[in-house]
Design a protein around this ligand. Structure first.
Ligand SMILES: [Zn+2]
Ligand SMILES: [Zn+2]
Length: 275
């Protein structure tokens, strides 16, 4: 069955068509990469020397000893990336405590919190794609499918059929470009009201990355999920913030979710009949 998502008509990355903005976009991505290290996987950039020495993975530190410092309260993090650092510290501490991870910290802006979560989910989805790459080749998955659906890649000027691994990569790059586009997200402190709707289009497309992994590379999905709970985090966040509609959820509920498996199954059937 071929699915042309009606909503694919909206432009996922509204800047793609313009050469100047693509360039600006590229700069924005490069800029982000520079920042991704301190914020992404290294020690938080502490201001005082004493704090810096207390929160640093020294050369030669073994894997299991990395990041072994007490979690700091959000108010005490003096950094332009305080929310991100706080979120990443919580994830390192326990990636499976999804309720705690997605709860809005006291006194914080809901949309900024969502923004940080989406950036973090994109960052971690890169690792899922790395795990998928050896198996999800153009020969094995020549089309982007999830369950019985097939998707066109909307990151091109005209949506087209990309093989699954290209679709996953293009979609993730598109989401990162949009999140790093200063026209839509000029600051981390507040998200313009007009940009909030982009969260939904990002979440809808990121969902398909999980869906392809679940339906076509189940062992990889399961192993990644056991380690990260990334899908569970993404799903709970998206559901509680109404970023994706129930109708789009085609992955059956995972173990431990009290919405039993049958709910997920029913949704698949319902969706099959609808289309
Ligand atoms: Zn695949
Ligand atoms: Zn593509």
């Amino acid at each position: 069955m071929m699915l042309m998502d009606k909503q694919e008509q909206d432009t996922f990355n509204p800047v793609r068509n313009s050469p100047e903005t693509m360039e600006a976009d590229g700069q924005s991505m490069a800029h982000d990469k520079k920042q991704a290290n301190p914020a992404g996987n290294d020690a938080p950039s502490a201001k005082s020397p004493s704090m810096a020495s207390a929160q640093r993975n020294l050369p030669g530190t073994k894997d299991e000893k990395l990041y072994q410092w007490p979690q700091r309260p959000l108010e005490s993090i003096e950094s332009a990336f305080a929310l991100r650092e706080y979120l990443q510290a919580m994830i390192r501490h326990d990636p499976h405590d999804v309720e705690k991870l997605i709860a809005l910290p006291a006194g914080q802006d809901e949309h900024s919190w969502l923004y940080e979560h989406l950036c973090q989910i994109c960052l971690e989805l890169n690792y899922l794609i790395v795990h998928l790459e050896p198996e999800c080749t153009p020969e094995v998955c020549p089309e982007m499918r999830a369950e019985e659906w097939m998707y066109y890649c909307a990151t091109h000027a005209t949506p087209r059929e990309c093989c699954a691994i290209d679709y996953l990569t293009h979609t993730l790059d598109g989401a990162c470009a949009l999140l790093n586009n200063v026209k839509f997200f000029p600051s981390r402190i507040s998200v313009p009201e007009s940009s909030v709707k982009n969260f939904q289009s990002i979440a809808r497309r990121l969902y398909r990355i999980f869906a392809h992994a679940y339906f076509h590379h189940h062992d990889i999905f399961d192993a990644f999920e056991a380690e990260t709970s990334l899908y569970e985090r993404f799903l709970k966040l998206s559901r509680t913030r109404k970023m994706i509609t129930e109708k789009l959820i085609i992955i059956p509920s995972q173990d431990g979710d009290e919405n039993s498996d049958s709910t997920g199954q029913r949704k698949i059937l319902a969706r099959g009949k609808d289309e």
